[in-house]
Design a protein around this ligand. Structure first.
Ligand SMILES: NC(=O)c1ccc[n+]([C@@H]2O[C@H](COP(=O)([O-])OP(=O)(O)OC[C@H]3O[C@@H](n4cnc5c(N)ncnc54)[C@H](OP(=O)(O)O)[C@@H]3O)[C@@H](O)[C@H]2O)c1
Length: 320
């Protein structure tokens, strides 16, 4: 089979012919139709992640969509590539534990579901399970032009938010946030300080915010915390803008805020499967979509480099 493999940690994968994986007991082969390149794939392959340095060579790709070789079922599947020994989805074939396969609804678009995948699962679970979003609440989504952010804007709406305010960095990202249906979109500027950004965010909101969805941390999170009502929640699920944040104690304690962390890795297989099913159903109904670009597997190295430098206009999805 043809596969993209990480040969050296920190460098893009190399596409080559490799032996087909052998199916195992309760580990069928999946013919891969779509494999997204996500920040988690790059983090794992960097060799510097909290998962440790993976043994090389290995096939990256922590998720994919394909058909089960034995019976043709259309499935979404996760892998532990880069987090534990074993290969991932960026190949023509992947061996996946049968218990991890999530059958997709008939008619689901493999590339669209792959683009949503764990990004949309994170947005959904962080809003609802961790963030306890209630109908009629006002939600502020940071980094709203990314895959997590776009999904969060739409999912907040489908789960009853009365107003969804977005914040994003580039003009293109702000456009994606607006297309996702945000009521207002605030620009994140390179020179932002906490007070200035908090004032702009507050001006875009209709009164105090109930819930902040934060894939950025850093200054944006500290500013967003100042928009929250007493007892409001901020769920952090990424650190794209900073590994630390100047969140001040007076804001935190003065409003009895709840600052929460979220990781997909904490989900049970059942929670993850249910979330994927929900996301795929909404996508099929035309209510959930993230911008994406289909790229042939043979161009994996270039696509990987584009993801690492931010030179994308949406999620890059490899198609073998
Ligand atoms: N906790 C979890 O389980 C979980 C699950 C999925 C993702 N995540 C994390 O969530 C984050 C977003 O993931 P994603 O899939 O949405 O990524 P993505 O699709 O690659 O998008 C990243 C977005 O972040 C924005 N961004 C990057 N650096 C920024 C900065 N310094 N200031 C403001 N915006 C910045 C980019 O804005 P521009 O378009 O303007 O460049 C882009 O829109 C990542 O850190 C990822 O690791 C966590």
């Amino acid at each position: 089979m043809r596969a993209a493999r990480i040969v050296t940690c920190g460098e893009p994968p190399v596409v080559a012919e490799c032996p087909d994986p052998e199916p195992g007991p309760d580990e069928p082969l999946v013919r891969v139709l779509a494999a997204p390149i996500t920040p988690l794939d790059l983090l794992c392959a960097s060799g510097t992640s909290y998962f440790g340095t993976p043994a090389t060579p290995y096939v990256p790709g922590v998720q994919g969509v394909g058909t089960v070789a034995d019976d043709g079922r259309l499935v979404w599947f996760p892998t532990r590539a880069g987090m534990a020994p074993g290969d991932g989805s960026m190949a023509e074939l992947a061996r996946v534990p049968a218990a991890d396969l999530v059958e997709l609804p008939a008619g689901a678009d493999p590339v669209a579901v792959a683009a949503l995948g764990l990004s949309a699962v994170a947005a959904y679970q962080a809003l609802t399970w961790r963030g306890e979003l209630a109908a009629g609440e006002q939600v502020l989504v940071l980094g709203a032009g990314g895959a997590v952010g776009q999904a969060a804007v739409q999912l907040a709406r489908t789960h009853g938010a009365r107003r969804v305010v977005a914040a994003a960095r580039s003009a293109a990202a702000r456009e994606r946030a607006a297309e996702a249906g945000a009521d207002a979109v605030v620009a994140l500027e390179p020179g932002d300080d906490v007070a200035g950004l908090a004032a702009r965010l507050t001006a875009a909101c209709d009164g105090p915010v109930d819930l902040v969805l934060d894939p950025l941390y850093g200054i944006p999170a500290a500013a967003a915390a100042r928009t929250l009502r007493a007892g409001g929640r901020l769920v952090n699920l990424g650190g794209s803008a900073g590994e630390t944040s100047p969140l001040d104690s007076s804001t935190l304690r003065g409003r009895s805020l709840r600052i929460l962390g979220y990781t997909n890795n904490e989900l049970t297989g059942g929670q993850r499967a249910a979330a994927i099913g929900h996301v795929a159903s909404l996508a099929l109904e035309g209510r959930l979509h993230v911008t994406h670009e289909r790229v042939p597997l043979t161009d994996a190295a270039t696509a990987w480099h584009r993801q690492s430098t931010g030179a994308t206009s949406g999620r890059l999805v490899l198609t073998p």
